[in-house]
Design a protein. Structure first.
Length: 199
């Protein structure tokens, strides 16, 4: 089957789409435990970028699993497949000239590295939302930790499944950073990268 697949050469390039949008495109990848605040910060940052005329789109773990990845479990194999698909989707958005904000637990370093290589090292910024397990459990916004502690959920990251801490994230945030502070910290890192003069 693969021998019958031929790549289509598009007339418009990523550079032309970026030029039309007036800014660079790249992936801002948020990783951290469930309840760490990834999605909240990603959405707040998108609002700031959107207000400045930046073309954006947010990819969120729960939303992706309700559609494209709804048939996947939380086994290590399916988690990796979930991340592989996220990387490919993000690559399409970056090629379309859009700044993508992706919020996923993504517990394995190898999967995050795959996403980085898929979109291109120069198009990848990693945001580690380093909120402690104790604080995430206290928040337990989805009730997942409570279920995991009762044994009702298996493969729960931080409880019965591992989380491999990023070694060199672009930005590391903690529970001591407010949402507003987090947005400003990230924005200060990406502001120059938005310029078309940057590669």
């Amino acid at each position: 089957m693969e021998k019958n697949i031929i790549s289509h050469n598009y007339k418009l390039t990523m550079q032309e789409r970026r030029k039309r949008n007036g800014h660079n495109s790249f992936l801002i990848f948020f990783t951290g435990l469930s309840g760490s605040g990834k999605s909240t910060i990603a959405n707040a940052l998108e609002e700031k970028l959107f207000a400045e005329g930046i073309k954006t789109y947010v990819l969120d773990g729960d939303n992706i699993r309700k559609g494209i990845n709804r048939g996947l479990s939380f086994s290590p194999k399916d988690r990796s497949e979930n991340n592989r698909r996220i990387g490919e989707i993000a690559k399409l958005f970056v090629d379309a000239g859009i700044v993508v904000l992706a919020a996923f637990v993504s517990p394995y370093a190898a999967d995050r590295r795959f996403i980085k290589n898929t979109v291109g090292v120069q198009n990848y910024l990693e945001i580690f939302v380093n909120t402690s397990l104790a604080v995430c459990e206290e928040r337990d916004v989805k009730g997942l930790y409570k279920k995991a502690r009762k044994g009702e959920i298996t493969n729960m990251t931080g409880i019965s499944a591992p989380y491999e801490v990023p070694k060199n994230p672009t930005v590391e945030l903690t529970q001591d950073n407010s949402v507003a502070e987090s947005v400003e910290i990230i924005y200060s890192k990406i502001k120059s990268k938005l310029s078309l003069d940057q590669k």
